[in-house]
Write a protein that binds this ligand. Structure first.
Ligand code: ADP
Ligand code: SR1
Ligand code: MG
Ligand code: MG
Ligand code: MG
Length: 428
């Protein structure tokens, strides 16, 4: 299976593969040094295979290959390798907007469904693992806030204009298979009887059953699903959980853009917020005093949103097309040059306030949906799954589910401070 020319790599064949690609071979010290190279497979995500290929002198490259199925399920769940094209384009686009926080791509090979990119060398680790082990990353929130603001603003009609954004959307495509997967595993299965679902049982049996009859919640989830499917405000990462971020104390990189699509901005912001909050609720299941880690996680929620909102507004004021007279931007109604009258600055600020408030509201709803799916749906998070005592884990999960439900239903009235206060209160 796979497209013509596709061969699944392994730790031996990946070396010859790299030797045959100049852009990769050069990064490894040149094809002539091929005999000194080695490879290991390190894919710990749900979907793909990832090789670290180390060359002469110790420099290394990441080779990521998508097979025609979902790795964590196997061939029983086929998945189009088109996703690799979306990942490569989204990675390259995001690197263009935010080079400090997205690794550079060396090669995209469509027939082989391969992306070769910068190896994020140790001490870079997957953020989720760092958080579980109790590390506090002081720069994380400002870096992720910057990543979110630059990528979401950069790909929006606010920056490029409505017509250009329509063209960019058409050129990028819809990433149909990955969007359908998300619609299935985030917005549908957790609220239905589905074989994929699982939870801490019997402790959460009643909570999982209650989701199926919670019509108030299901009405809100349907609205979020509809927004996910129809709002194309920006080119999203599409899967921005803490397993898609690698960091050190000083640096932060976003990887794994295979779910990228033009969607609602709050879906990306919400993914990150959801994973911070899941980590927050998981703290009670760990040994030792985690008070500082808990406080830091909530401060990250607050700071990420604060940095995102202020950077986004700054970019809008500095680079937005709203000052353009062409009428091609949503904000062009406030261009004095185009004949707008009255206090146009105040009017533009009001438009910005509403825009950013709406992104926050969406952030809360999507974050709540993402927290819920990680507790009762197919794919859970190690933050909670690593809690060995099932009763303790269930208590953490129950608190997270309660918080998620309120975030979804009260999205219109909760500030970021309210959410943090609510999370504290729900811990009891
Ligand atoms: P999947 O799509 O299967 O989730 P990921 O892109 O998340 O795959 O990669 C799986 C793992 O491979 C990551 O958790 C990380 O450990 C490793 N990895 C991926 N990209 C890099 C990179 N650029 N540098 C270092 N390690 C990486
Ligand atoms: C089969 S569901 C797998 C999940 O892993 C990915 O990282 C996405 O979050 C997806 O929902
Ligand atoms: Mg991943
Ligand atoms: Mg992935
Ligand atoms: Mg679990």
């Amino acid at each position: 299976a796979g497209p013509p020319g596709f061969v699944a790599l392994d730790t031996a064949t990946v070396l010859d593969y790299c030797a045959g690609k100049a852009s990769i071979a050069d990064a490894l010290g040149g094809a002539s040094t091929r005999k000194e190279w080695s490879a290991k497979e390190v894919g710990d995500g749900n979907i793909n295979f990832v090789y670290i290929v180390t060359g002469s002198g110790g420099n290394a490259v990441i080779v990521k290959q998508g097979l025609p199925y979902v790795r964590c399920v196997g061939e029983a769940w086929p998945l189009t390798q088109e996703r690799v094209r979306y990942e490569a384009e989204a990675l390259q686009t995001a690197h263009g907007y935010c080079p400090a926080h997205v690794p550079v791509v060396y090669e995209y090979d469509a027939p082989m469904s391969v992306i070769a990119m910068r190896y994020l060398e140790p001490p870079h680790i997957i953020l989720r693992g760092g958080i579980i082990s109790g590390t506090i990353y002081a720069n994380l929130a400002s870096h992720v806030g910057e990543y979110l603001a630059t990528t979401l603003f950069g790909s929006s009609a606010l920056k490029v204009g409505c017509e250009a954004q329509r063209r960019a959307r058409a050129a990028f495509g819809q990433n149909e298979a990955m969007c359908a997967l998300t619609e299935q595993v985030i917005f549908t299965e957790p609220y239905a009887k589905a074989e994929n679902n699982h939870w801490t049982s019997p402790q959460l049996d009643d909570a999982a059953k209650a989701l199926r009859s919670d019509n108030e919640l299901k009405v809100a989830i349907c609205a979020l699903k509809n927004k996910f499917a129809s709002d194309a405000a920006a080119l999203l990462h599409g899967d921005l959980h803490t397993g898609s971020i690698m960091c050190t104390m000083d640096t932060t990189f976003v990887i794994d853009h295979e779910f990228a699509f033009y969607g609602p901005m709050g879906f990306d912001v919400g993914a990150f917020v959801a994973n911070l909050l899941l980590a927050y609720f998981a703290q009670d299941g760990y040994d030792g005093d985690r008070a500082k880690q808990r406080e830091w996680l909530l401060s990250c929620v607050k700071e990420t949103w604060g940095v995102f909102a202020s950077r986004f507004r700054e970019l809008w004021n500095e680079e937005g097309i709203s000052s353009d007279t062409s009428g091609l931007a949503p904000g062009s109604l406030f261009s004095a040059a185009a004949g707008a009258e009255g206090d146009v600055d105040a009017a533009l600020r009001a438009h910005q306030d509403k825009f950013i408030d709406d992104v926050w509201k969406d952030t809360l709803g999507f974050a709540g949906a993402k927290m819920t799916r990680r507790i009762v749906g197919i794919a859970h998070v190690a933050d909670l799954d690593s809690i060995g005592d099932a009763d303790a884990r269930a208590r953490c999960e129950t608190n997270a589910l309660r918080c998620a439900r309120r975030m979804i239903l009260e999205a219109g009235s909760l500030s970021v401070d309210d959410v943090c206060a609510m999370a504290k209160e729900l811990r009891g």
